[in-house]
Design a binder for this molecule. Sequence first.
Ligand code: NAD
Ligand code: UDP
Length: 322
Amino acid sequence: MESRKRILITGAAGFLGSHLCDRFIKEDYHVIGMDNLITGDLRNIEHLFSLENFEFYHHDVSNFVHVPGKLDYILHFASPASPIDYLKIPIQTLKVGSLGTHNLLGLALAKGARMLIASTSEVYGDPNINPQPEEYWGNVNPVGPRGVYDEAKRFQEAMTMAYHTYHGVETRIVRIFNTYGPRMRLNDGRVLPAFIGQALRGEPLTMFGDGSQTRSFCYVDDLIEGIYRLLFSDYPSPVNIGNPDEITIREFGEEIIKLTGTDQKLISLPLPTDDPKQRRPDITKAKSILGWEPKVSRSEGLKITYEYFKSLPQELIEKVEH
Ligand code: NAD
Ligand code: UDP
């Protein structure tokens, strides 16, 4: 009988899921990755396939989820995550946040597993207060284009709390703020891969609106550490994990121009509907409950990420269709 703890990670072939797989392999877990590859890429986890303590299921978690054997933990990270992805596949996005979460909570209940869900700063919508503490209920347009993602995630949180309260399932909720790093998809439409991809191809950088909207970017290693600590805490209410270093998108574009040395400029395109005007995490809870705060500065994190994108095969850099 295998003595290792067993963890199911959904969205394993995606950006965050693949980094979580690496972390739990490093901690000597038996990792079961699950993904339907709708926005993920097997190249993110191919280095794990030869390991005896890693297995992969190609499965859509919006359908009934079966995993043989014992299960100690479930991390539910399957979901399209970038605005252009979830606008392209809105129904699947709603389903994976709602039906997928329900299936996995059912699995957690059946197996006696602890489950952590990947929620998001998008539950705060276009926030009226800045920074956003966990107590803020948000300002979401349920029928706007982003509603398919935001409401799926709000439902996901509600369903998770209900399983905790009514079925006694051990649950954790992380509200993730914009995170970046190696293994993001160059063409996923999020601002960082968009800007770096454009710089590498010698195209102008497409700033939406006047660039006065803000975001706060967290390097992936910091996020993974925060998630790891939250999973092993005893705190079932939502916790923000993100880097409070807030910047306007215009300034961010200028940083990318400097970093990449491109001679391109920022050009302004229309601001998407309901694009949040400001976003910055209040991380008081993460600090006090988890003893966590980000360690990697934006300049360090951006350098590492740029090196990663530069090292990709040229055909991937050139491939921009969404
Ligand atoms: P990603 O697109 O790189 O990864 C998501 C993965 O989920 C992909 O591999 C995709 O194929 C898989 N997937 C989607 N629907 C599925 C389904 N029905 N069944 C099985 N697999 C499915 O995105 P990411 O940035 O790694 O995001 C991972 C999670 O973190 C998502 O739940 C996202 O909402 C959340 N999140 C991410 C960020 C961020 O900044 N990266 C911010 C907030 C929340
Ligand atoms: N954005 C931009 N140009 C792009 C892609 C995004 O100016 O090519 C802006 C977008 O309008 C938003 C910010 O960058 O204000 C962050 O967008 P992203 O899609 O990365 O994440 P989210 O809006 O979910 O925070």
